[in-house]
Design a protein around this ligand. Structure first.
Ligand SMILES: [Zn+2]
Length: 381
C-alpha cells in the first residue's frame, strides 16, 4: 500500500459530513444512520445517558480494538476513523486484504458527554485515561468490558495532542506522535511492547514521506492508571496515536489525512503478520518536546517608559461558541522566549505592543489583536 494508493482511497472515501474540531454524538449518529445495523451496536451509556457506539468490521483471526475521543475534545482521529469506515465498506483490494485477516472493533466516541461540552474530561470531571484501575466511570467500564469480552490481539488508543509539542532538537511541530506504553516501572522491552513498536515503525515508514521530521514519540514513563499502560500490562500490544498540529491547520483536516494513513498502515501491518522483530527503529524516532506557542511576539516594549525588550507567548483557548470552536488568543507568558518557537512569529522590532484597547498587556489577557505602534495586528488563526 503506497502513498499513491492511500491518496486515491482518501479522495474516494473521505467522509464529507464530519469536519472541523467539534464532533459530537449527534454528528456521528447521522453517519451511523447510513450504515447497516448489522455492524453497529450500543455498548453502554455515558454519565448523562448518551449512547456509546461500537462498530465491527471484518472476519479475520487477528482482533484489533480501536477507540477514539476518550478525551471529548480530541476529534481528529474520529474523523479519520469514519474515513476508514468508508474504505472498509468498499470492495477495494486493500480493504479486502485487511478484513480477511482482521476483525476490527471500533468505539469511535468513548466520551460523548465530553464531546458535547468540548472538554477532555467526562461529565463527572474525570480523565478517563487516568481511570483504568479505578474504573469509577461508566465510560471506563464500557471500554474495559469490551476489552475483556472481545479479547483483542492489538489495541489502538486514538488521541489528539495540543499545539505545544515539537520534535525534540528541531523547530518542527509534532504533527503526529506515537507511543508504545510501558507495562511496568522498569519499562522492560516485553514482546508485546516490541510488537507495538514494530507497528509504529511500519506506520512511520510511509508517514515519513508525507511529514518528514514531523513525527515524534512520547516518553514511556509508566502509569498503570492510563488505559494504554494497563492493556499493555495485560499483554496486548497497544499503540497510542496522537494527532497533532500541522502548520496553519487549526481545523486539523490535514492531520486527519495523516491519521487515516496511520490507521490503515497499522492495520495492514497486522494483516500481513507483524511481529516484535522490527522494533529497533522505534528508538530512532525523536521524542516530543514542549517548545511551541501558537504565537510568539518578539522584542516588544510593553509601555512608553520601558527600555527592556520582552517576548510574548500566546496560546489559543479552544472555546465552544454557538456550536463552533473559537480560538481565543490568551497571553500565557511574558519573558524572553529564546529556545521557544511560535507557529506564528511576529517581530515587534522594539516597538510598543499594547492590547486592542490600548492598555498594557498582562499575562492571562485574552486579546483578538494587538496594537504595534498603533497598527492593528490580528492574532486569530
Ligand atoms: Zn487524549
Amino acid at each position: 500500500m503506497n502513498l499513491k494508493q492511500l491518496k486515491r482511497l482518501y479522495s474516494l472515501f473521505k467522509n464529507q459530513e464530519l469536519k472541523g474540531r467539534y464532533i459530537t454524538n449527534s454528528d456521528i449518529e447521522k453517519c451511523l444512520n447510513n450504515f447497516s445495523d448489522s455492524i453497529q451496536s450500543v455498548i453502554g451509556y455515558s454519565v448523562k445517558g448518551r449512547p456509546v457506539y461500537a462498530l465491527k468490521f471484518g472476519y479475520g483471526q487477528r482482533k484489533v480494538l480501536l477507540w477514539s475521543q476518550m478525551h471529548g475534545n480530541e476529534t481528529t482521529t474520529t474523523k479519520a476513523l469514519f474515513d476508514c469506515f468508508n474504505v472498509f465498506f468498499s470492495d477495494d483490494t486493500i480493504s479486502k486484504s485487511i478484513l480477511e485477516s482482521c476483525t476490527i472493533l471500533v468505539i469511535p466516541m468513548l466520551n460523548p458527554d465530553g464531546a458535547e461540552e468540548y472538554t477532555r474530561l467526562n461529565a463527572n470531571s474525570v480523565d478517563l485515561n487516568r481511570d483504568a484501575q479505578n474504573l469509577s466511570q461508566p465510560e471506563s467500564i464500557i471500554l474495559r468490558k469490551t476489552f475483556d469480552k472481545f479479547k483483542p490481539d492489538y489495541c489502538f488508543n486514538l488521541h489528539g495532542q495540543r499545539t505545544i509539542y515539537n520534535v525534540s532538537g528541531t523547530e518542527n511541530s509534532s504533527v503526529v506522535s506515537f507511543l508504545s506504553p510501558a507495562q511496568d516501572e522498569d519499562r522492560k522491552l516485553t514482546s508485546n511492547r516490541k510488537t507495538a513498536m514494530s507497528i509504529i515503525v511500519a506506520i512511520t515508514k510511509t508517514l515519513n514521506k508525507l511529514i518528514p521530521n514531523g513525527i515524534a514519540r512520547y516518553d514511556d514513563g509508566f502509569n498503570i492508571n492510563c488505559v494504554g499502560d494497563t492493556f499493555q500490562y495485560l499483554g496486548v500490544p497497544t499503540v497510542l496515536f496522537e494527532a497533532g498540529h500541522y502548520p496553519n491547520d487549526y481545523n486539523r483536516e490535514e492531520v486527519r489525512y495523516f491519521m487515516f494513513v496511520s490507521i490503515l498502515k497499522a492495520l495492514q501491518s497486522i494483516a500481513l503478520g507483524i511481529d516484535a522483530k522490527g522494533y529497533k527503529d522505534y528508538f530512532k524516532i525523536p521524542e516530543n518536546a514542549k517548545q511551541f506557542y501558537d504565537i510568539v511576539i518578539r522584542n516588544a516594549r510593553l509601555d512608553e517608559e520601558s527600555t527592556q525588550l520582552v517576548d510574548l507567548g500566546i496560546q489559543y483557548q479552544e472555546t465552544l461558541v454557538s456550536q463552533k470552536i473559537d480560538f481565543i488568543p490568551k497571553v500565557e507568558i511574558i519573558s524572553k522566549l529564546d529556545g521557544f518557537f511560535g507557529h506564528k512569529e511576529i517581530e515587534a522590532n522594539s516597538k510598543i505592543v499594547k492590547t486592542q484597547y490600548g492598555t498594557t498587556i498582562k499575562v492571562a489577557n485574552e486579546i483578538d489583536f494587538v496594537l504595534i505602534n498603533n497598527e492593528k495586528i490580528s492574532l486569530k488563526p
